[in-house]
Design a protein around this ligand. Sequence first.
Ligand SMILES: *Cc1c(COP(=O)(O)O)cnc(C)c1O
Length: 407
Amino acid sequence: MENTFEHDLPDDKGYFGEYGGSYIPEELQLVMDQITASYSECRKDPEFRAELARLYKHFVGRPSPIFHAQNLSEKYGADIYLKREDLNHTGAHKINHCLGEALLAKRMGKKKLIAETGAGQHGVALATAAALVGLKCDIYMGEVDIAKEHPNVVKMRILGANVIPVTHGRKTLKEAVDAAFAAYLSDPVNQLYAIGSVVGPHPFPMMVRDFQSIIGNEAREQFQEMTGQLPDNLVACVGGGSNAMGLFSAFLQDEQVALHGVEPAGHTLQTPGEHAATLTLGEPGVMHGFKSYMLKDDQGEPQEVYSVASGLDYPAVGPQHSYLKDLGRAEYGTVDDDEAIAAFFELSRSEGIIPAIESSHAIAYAIKLAQKGVKGSILVNLSGRGDKDIDFVVEHYGKDYDIESLL
Ligand SMILES: *Cc1c(COP(=O)(O)O)cnc(C)c1O
């Protein structure tokens, strides 16, 4: 793809307008500067690009197709298309940036990839990339999450990763982040902290976006080939924002293409802690090493957040989304748990595709847009497949959708 790595933002300090940057201890800044320098060599290096392109094609199975969802389209009176990231090896878009990060780490002479994981999706994608590229992999995970996400824990171990239980505090993602960070600081020379979305200090929001921009670059070409036109609307769910930035990035200059990001309204937008609608209800601030919109509690600490989709419950968002919001170039709306679950079943039963609950938020939003009579076609990023979610969905929502308990 032609312009995979060509973007004029962020600036060389990592800012998208006032957002982004790097707010970290000085010793870590030196390491980040090295990562930035290596990455800027990689993005220009034909060999690095060719290796990544080879893996995208022959390992991940790219390009992922675009599918015209005709049954949904007829039912709701708008042409709805799906970019099928669910068909990637490992079942979601995360493998796109994990491979990029693993190749970069290898090139920098690192021995080990480190990350935290909540539901285990980032952990599995990173363990996969580490196995392929030949790096060690330490994944920090809260004990509570380990118990909940058994299949992903088993997968990581089969892939040769070291899953390290985090046993303090609430024993979930927040503590896992702290533990992974501490481990990274203990030896930043031999390890690379592989951030799982377009968040964190510069250069990660830029780098992860660039690795994910394959989605938008493919989609732009495929959609034109299919229809002779550009899509009128793009829709993607936003947790940290990587699948959305990957899709949006190829269309930023096309002002006639409307960009819609979808945040989780969880149980309700009325109560802090019951949603993760960062751009909708948050305010600018600094957390986790970067400046962006974020949700904070009374103490100014990261707010507890919630969504039925564990990949979406993050109290901040990638800085480029904050920039696009303020510019008015992208719009951000919300979908709650029940709407997402309804869309999960709707896509399963009308098109034969079981989506991830995260991606179901984007499907639900596309349906809402169609019902509101939005102009033109809608291209939805189907960021992942729902295999990981089926037991949870049937246990909690099966009855509402005519699935009798099998127990
Ligand atoms: C992790 C995940 C997301 C959310 O992450 P982004 O960085 O916002 O893309 C969305 N969909 C799926 C399937 C995921 O696994």
